[in-house]
Write a protein that binds this ligand. Structure first.
Ligand SMILES: Nc1ncnc2c1ncn2[C@@H]1O[C@H](COP(=O)(O)OP(=O)(O)OP(=O)(O)O)[C@@H](O)[C@H]1O
Length: 438
């Protein structure tokens, strides 16, 4: 492997879970709908570096880490380790990969077998892979325990006799027993008291130098990522939306999602605390049915309106939300007005009540002052609803307000700090550096 070849190369990796494929689903003839936990991610990890993988809970970080280690079978895609596709390996070559690529799990309480002594836990990989003589294994375990900051005298104790931080050290010693080259650290400190988190991170840092390790550090905690990583990949709903060198990404984040994540970190300085926040609004959509185009668009504060539409972002966001609710038929037409006063049976409210129905529904659904030309479109769409014509209402709003962000999926570029966002891409209908960002 040459110095500029990555140690790990992840190429369009996909992992879907088909958990809804139950007998009932099959009897009902329902098409199985997979959870698209990891949906086409690509990134490289270079020897000796620490790549961070960050994103909200449920975005697919752990699934990506476990699938690239072949602890789960991929749905599609390729992972090269040291130049070989890990999903093609068998026999000795697969064993060699399993030795060279290890994982440290988040929870030091459940990842250690409570019935085994610490010595046996750390020694187990050596026994399984038949490494060295009995005496060498015993000596190796003593050495490992000391290298992770425990005492070799503690070898015959059980996990419950140790604190959380010490148990994580045991988990780390076990992961290092086979002298791996690459370790996935899956939230290694998030189950620990804040006071011991830094100690464990410092230990991991020291061990990286000592053992020449390459890390993938999975974390939802941006301060951990900044402290430890060389580069960061930001994940949202099964996709990577931005990858960059850690300082660059923290100082000049590109993707609106990265920006929102960074804005959510508590800050010490008063000036910054007083700064306007673009915090993350709305719920994360389901990974079974992710939004079309850019997956972040349903929460994005910078969705790109059609080029000919002069509209403020807050007004546009209200109209997008209204449209989504109409598309999902997520508005109760039966309970409009006090005492549900509109008769909506048999295809809609009577003609003479349409204006009052529209005004009442608009007051309920639209909480900004709409400029007249948008007001007219919304009123026409709500009049479609008065006639119970959901499709006409949705089409009317789509024709006027459809964004490039929903039409087209933004690809991740391949420069030194790529971002998957139409604000930067060729499809952009907006200038590259939106004025509202600073
Ligand atoms: N075995 C499984 N079967 C079905 N769905 C799963 C399974 N494991 C994970 N998922 C789903 O896949 C998605 C990604 O989960 P994953 O645990 O990888 O996310 P994460 O970013 O690591 O979150 P967290 O930090 O909370 O663990 C979630 O929607 C999760 O519910």
């Amino acid at each position: 492997m040459s110095a500029d070849e990555p140690l790990v190369r992840v190429d369009d990796l996909q992992k879907y879970f088909w958990e809804n494929d139950s007998l009932l689903d099959r009897l009902l003839g329902d098409e199985p709908v997979p959870v698209r936990a990891v949906d086409g991610v690509s990134f490289d990890i270079y020897e000796g570096e620490t790549l961070g993988l960050v994103g909200e809970s449920g975005c697919g970080k752990s699934t990506a880490g476990e699938t690239l280690l072949r602890l789960r079978e991929p749905t599609d895609g390729r992972v090269e380790f040291d130049g070989e596709n890990v999903y093609d390996l068998g026999g000795d070559r697969l064993d060699a990969f399993r030795n060279a690529a290890q994982i440290v799990f988040q929870d030091p309480f459940s990842s250690l077998d409570p019935r085994m002594t610490v010595g046996d836990i750390v020694r187990q990989p050596l026994d399984i892979h038949d490494v060295g003589t009995d005496a060498e294994r015993r000596e190796g375990v003593r050495d490992l325990l000391e290298r992770v900051g425990l005492s070799a005298d503690q070898l015959d104790r059980y996990p419950h006799e140790f604190s959380g931080g010490q148990r994580q050290r045991i988990g780390i010693a076990r992961a290092l027993a086979l002298e791996p080259d690459f370790v996935v650290l899956d939230e290694p400190t998030s189950a620990l008291d804040v006071s011991v988190q830094a100690q464990v991170l410092n230990l991991l840092d020291d061990l990286q130098d000592e053992f020449d390790l390459t890390y993938l550090l999975i974390s939802h905690d941006l301060s951990v990522i900044r402290h430890v990583c060389d580069r960061v990949a930001v994940m949202y709903l099964g996709e990577i939306v931005e990858i960059g060198p850690v300082e660059e990404l923290f100082e000049a984040p590109k993707h609106p999602y990265t920006r929102a994540l960074l804005e959510s970190i508590p800050r010490a300085s008063t000036d910054e605390r007083e700064r306007d926040r673009e915090t993350l609004a709305g719920d994360v959509p389901s990974p079974r049915d992710p939004p079309s185009g850019c997956r972040f668009r349903t929460r994005c504060p910078l969705v790109i309106p059609p080029a000919d539409l002069e509209i403020d972002q807050d007004v546009y966001r209200v109209l997008m939300t209204l449209r989504e609710r109409i598309e999902r038929r997520d508005i109760s037409l039966e309970s409009v007005g006090e005492g549900n006063r509109f008769e909506t049976d048999d295809g809609g409210v009577p003609d003479d009540e349409v204006p009052a129905f529209v005004a009442t529904l608009k007051a309920r659904l639209v909480d900004v002052d709409l400029p007249p030309r948008h007001d007219a479109v919304v009123e026409d769409a709500l009049a479609d609803l008065a006639a119970a014509d959901w499709e006409a209402a949705a089409e009317r709003l789509q024709a006027k307000y459809e964004s490039v962000c929903e039409r087209s999926h933004p690809g991740l570029g391949d420069d030194g700090h790529p971002v998957a966002c139409h604000c930067y891409g060729e499809a952009s209908e907006r200038t590259p550096e939106p004025a509202t960002w600073r």
